[in-house]
Design a protein around this ligand. Structure first.
Ligand code: G6P
Length: 464
């Protein structure tokens, strides 16, 4: 795809488009990642002047930086490992992620103590490293798109260093409501907001998150806080072309056969695919499924819950504990209800994209019940690749609800009983209705594919 965009484009994010692992023989194995930003950036065209600035995340990445063997168009920053751990695990994942997803158990947490202040200093150092690198790399008048809660301070820092740049920031997460955001110490809340408002434009996945941000900015910084910064909303959609082609490949077909065998002939499936992420609400999903089997014995032996929960942020004890709870509950359900020829829950904790696509294709019901979620692409991907139509049980707290709410069965993610009822309703939906709803869901889910999503942001930034 060719765009009319002429200026140099820089993207800044913690995790880059490529990662390296060090093989035993000392060579480096490069693995390219997927996702909206990768396909978005490729939309500005081959040969266009672009640079992706990201952090070196492990020994392999650091070695690649030392050897200078990086990919063209990617600059990895070799930030001190301790600084990175404090900024990423300590502040980004344990504070900012928790605030925006409202995950604290507030009688005990948070406690913004000396350790927090130490980690905050690392977060500043880490953001400073990005701002310095961007300032050094950007051509005059370049466009810089800064991503997510890892890099909230970068726009303000960069604005001071390089007032000539057009700076955008995009949040892929929700934004907390005012009262929750104000759990943060006042000076930190101010610093975060001022950092972001250093951008010409700050953008979000839904109107709800953009409004929450604006409310926080005015509450903390006062009237006029938003002057000089535009607010945008770009609801990232599913990449239909990629998904449809990928889901027809041989490895997916093979998984389909295997999964069908494991489920057993004639049984319905309730499918969920997530990172084992606290905000995804996997435990309440399992509780709801157990409630369904308890309240409606007619489903025993006739439905299987396929739950793929891929490892995530395992450096954090709270994530490891959560993974253990998911595993325990799945085992309890299987022990309580399973029979010789029926396993009620198929839980898999190792990541396999082809297997996920096979589960998407065969799902009768997709369960997407996050506590809070910036968008949730699973809700958008399943209808696109579904073979025979799939009923979607969707949390009203997912960003995707704004676009898909009408054709989904909508739940309050905390309400286990209502979620169990929603699963039943989804399982008994008439095939024709299911097919029609799936078509409408797929159309809404693909309204703004990654390339258009990215180009829209560039166009808006150029015109504001
Ligand atoms: C999810 C969120 C993104 C975030 C990413 C980081 O995909 O939607 O907002 O940037 O997680 O994940 P990581 O594995 O790098 O911590």
């Amino acid at each position: 795809m060719v765009s009319e965009h002429a200026a140099q484009v820089l993207v800044a994010s913690n995790r880059g488009p490529v990662s390296y692992t060090l093989r035993e023989d000392g060579s480096l194995d490069a693995r390219r990642g997927g996702g909206g930003l990768v396909s978005g950036l490729s939309a500005i065209g081959q040969g266009a002047d672009s640079l992706w600035v990201c952090a070196a995340l492990g020994d392999g990445d650091r070695e690649a930086v030392r050897r200078g063997t990086g990919e063209p168009g990617v600059r990895m920053l070799d930030i001190d490992a301790g600084v990175h751990a404090d900024a990423y695990n300590g502040i980004a994942n344990s504070v900012l992620w928790f605030v925006h997803h409202m995950l604290y158990q507030t009688p005990l947490e948070p406690a913004f103590d000396a350790e927090f202040r130490r980690q905050w200093a690392a977060y500043e150092t880490y953001n400073r490293a990005f701002a310095d690198a961007l300032a050094a790399e950007a051509a005059p008048g370049a466009v810089v798109l800064v991503q997510d809660y890892h890099l909230c301070l970068v726009p303000g820092m960069l604005r001071e260093l390089r007032p000539d740049l057009r700076i955008g920031h995009f949040s892929h997460t929700p934004w907390a409501p005012v009262d929750y955001f104000r759990l943060l110490p006042d000076d930190i809340a101010r610093q975060l907001l001022r950092g972001l408002l250093g951008a010409d434009r700050v953008a979000f996945l839904t109107r709800r998150w953009a409004d929450a941000f604006a409310a926080c900015a005015v509450d903390v910084l006062g009237d006029g806080a938003l002057d000089g910064t535009a607010l945008g909303v770009h609801g990232l959609g599913a990449d239909a072309d990629f998904l449809r082609a990928r889901s027809q490949r041989q490895d997916v077909e093979e998984w389909l056969v295997r999964l069908r065998e494991r489920v057993g002939a004639g049984r319905r499936t309730v499918v969920r695919v997530d990172r084992t992420e606290l905000s995804k609400n996997i435990v309440r999903g399992l509780l709801a499924y157990r409630q369904l089997l308890t309240d409606r014995p007619e489903w025993r032996g006739r439905v299987v819950h396929i739950a793929f929960a891929y490892p995530s942020r395992q450096d954090l004890a709270v994530y490891r504990d959560y993974t253990a709870s998911v595993r325990r509950l799945a085992e309890e359900i299987n022990a309580a209800y399973g029979t010789d020829d029926w396993q009620p829950v198929l839980l898999e904790l190792d990541d396999d994209f082809a297997r996920s696509l096979a589960a998407y294709r065969m799902a009768d019901v997709a369960l997407v019940n996050p506590i809070r979620d910036g968008m949730n692409l699973v809700a958008k991907e399943v209808p696109v690749v579904s073979d025979e139509g799939c009923a979607l049980v969707l949390s009203r707290e997912a960003g995707a609800y704004e676009e898909l709410g009408e054709d989904a069965i909508v739940v309050n993610p905390y309400d286990v009983m209502a979620t169990a009822d929603a699963l039943h309703e989804a399982l008994v939906m008439e095939p024709q209705e299911r097919t029609e709803r799936t078509k409408r869901l797929a159309a809404a889910a693909t309204a703004l594919p990654p390339a258009a999503w990215f180009l829209d942001q560039l166009a808006a930034l150029a015109s504001e």
